[in-house]
Design a protein around this ligand. Structure first.
Ligand code: GLU
Length: 426
């Protein structure tokens, strides 16, 4: 019987794949780590043949290191959710769940034991694109159960890491410890991997700072020697493969970690100034249907009306937050229909506009287009939230404050909107 940790050759009608069988969250799929280091999932029903083979690179028996905890160091829990960062661990040990143990982590990252005492816990092995609101709730409950730690690091696939960090920022009320999400753009079994530096820097930051909120720790640039601590509600993945893919949007990063020291870049962050850890309150997600629609030339009214059964909609507008709603000649008749559909929809559900520019602020006061959108109740004016944070916030407000969504969406609740644009972003 094939099991996780086996090296396998899987044949489907179209291809042959060789690699290590990983734990799969979906019983209908196999997940294998290919020899290239990438994880790949295959529908079980497409498998024509599956053979267990010997690994090409067999590891010498690994002697478990003696883990001695240093009582002077802070205690950090590493919660593994999956993604590229977890990959070397799987690849090298040949067994999946145990590879998330303290021993495996310290084998991969021995320097960490000089900075913090770690405990390691398997939460899941899931591609971050498969994560949904239910996972946010489960993660938040896991955090609440582990407040005896001085900090928690969540290893996470990078694709939706900024959604998860935004979700946790809203769910966890009165958080008194740092929660740092860490990912990797290159798997640990590649020479160019960023996983060590990212994880190591998160440990450094927890050990040396008084931060108590949700943040992301990833590479600052293409050199493998510094990381940034990025605000959980104001960060975005901006590159498919570069190690410095994550950038803070419209605000400065919280800190830089380099050469065993931290430099605070933005002092406006939640501090560990409250003592009572038991006050942590969870405001969890329900499962509202929220869409994200990107505005584009030649839009059709059906793109708006298809959301009529949804609970909320984020529209990524052009520029300052615009949409094609003006009938200016006989070629633009559709725009009038779009406007009517928008008016109907925004009476029914909250419709929030953000900007596809990514950087900058929505301003619906400048052009007549923006003023017309305001008149029909489109929300989001003067906000500088990212589309992803607006999406998470709208879902969270609908889950927790259904009657006050329209009042609350444009108010800064947790640092997700800046009152004034910092000079660095004008
Ligand atoms: N797409 C996957 C994810 O986000 C793998 C890439 C990564 O870990 O960064 O989980």
């Amino acid at each position: 019987m094939v099991k996780e940790g086996n090296y396998v050759v899987i044949k489907t009608k179209n291809e042959e794949l060789k690699g290590l069988l990983l734990k799969s969250q979906n019983p209908e799929k196999f997940v294998i780590k290919l020899t290239s280091g990438y994880n790949f999932s295959i529908n079980k029903k497409d498998v024509v043949k599956l053979d267990i083979i010997k690994p090409e690179k067999e590891e010498k028996e690994f002697k478990k290191p003696e883990i001695q905890k240093n009582p002077k160091l802070k205690k950090v829990l590493i919660l593994h959710t999956g993604g590229t960062i977890a990959s070397k661990v799987d690849y090298k040990t040949g067994a999946v769940s145990p590879s998330f143990s303290n021993e495996d982590m310290l084998k991969m990252f021995p320097e960490i034991k000089d900075i913090v005492n770690i405990d390691s816990k398997f939460f899941g092995n899931i591609f971050s694109e498969d994560i949904n609101f239910n996972h946010y709730n489960l993660l938040a409950k896991e955090i609440k159960n582990n407040l005896n730690y001085d900090g928690i690091i969540i290893t996470h696939g990078t694709d939706t890491m900024h959604y998860t960090s935004a979700a946790l920022s809203f769910i966890l009320e009165d958080l008194v410890i740092p929660i740092i999400l860490v990912g990797a753009q290159r798997s640990s079994d590649r020479g160019s991997s960023d996983s060590f530096q990212n994880l190591f820097s998160a440990c450094q930051f927890i050990s040396k700072s008084d931060f108590s909120g949700v943040a992301i720790c990833m590479h600052e640039n293409m050199n493998d020697d510094s990381c940034l601590i990025l605000p959980g509600l104001r960060t975005r993945k901006l590159h498919t493969s570069r190690r410095d893919a994550f950038k803070a949007i419209n605000v400065k990063p919280i800190a830089k970690v380099k050469d065993n020291s931290i430099e605070i870049l933005n002092h406006d962050y939640p501090k560990r100034d409250r003592k009572d850890k038991n006050n942590l309150n969870l405001k969890l997600f329900e499962d509202p249907k929220i869409g994200i629609l990107k505005t584009h030339p030649n839009m059709k009214k059906e793109e708006i009306s298809m959301y009529s059964k949804f609970d909320g909609l984020i529209i990524e507008g052009t520029g300052l937050g615009h949409m094609p709603i003006n009938k200016v000649d006989k070629l633009t008749l559709e725009n009038e229909l779009i406007f009517k559909e928008l008016e109907k929809l925004s009476k029914k559900i909250p419709v929030v506009i953000t900007s596809q520019c990514i950087f900058g602020r929505v301003n619906l006061n400048v052009y007549s287009t923006g003023r017309k959108l305001q008149e029909i109740g489109i929300l989001g004016n003067l906000s500088d939230m990212t589309t992803e944070t607006a999406f998470i916030k709208l879902a969270w407000l609908i889950s927790n404050y259904p009657k006050d969504v329209r009042k609350m969406i444009d108010k800064d609740l947790k640092g997700e909107i800046s009152r004034r644009t910092s000079e660095d972003f004008i």
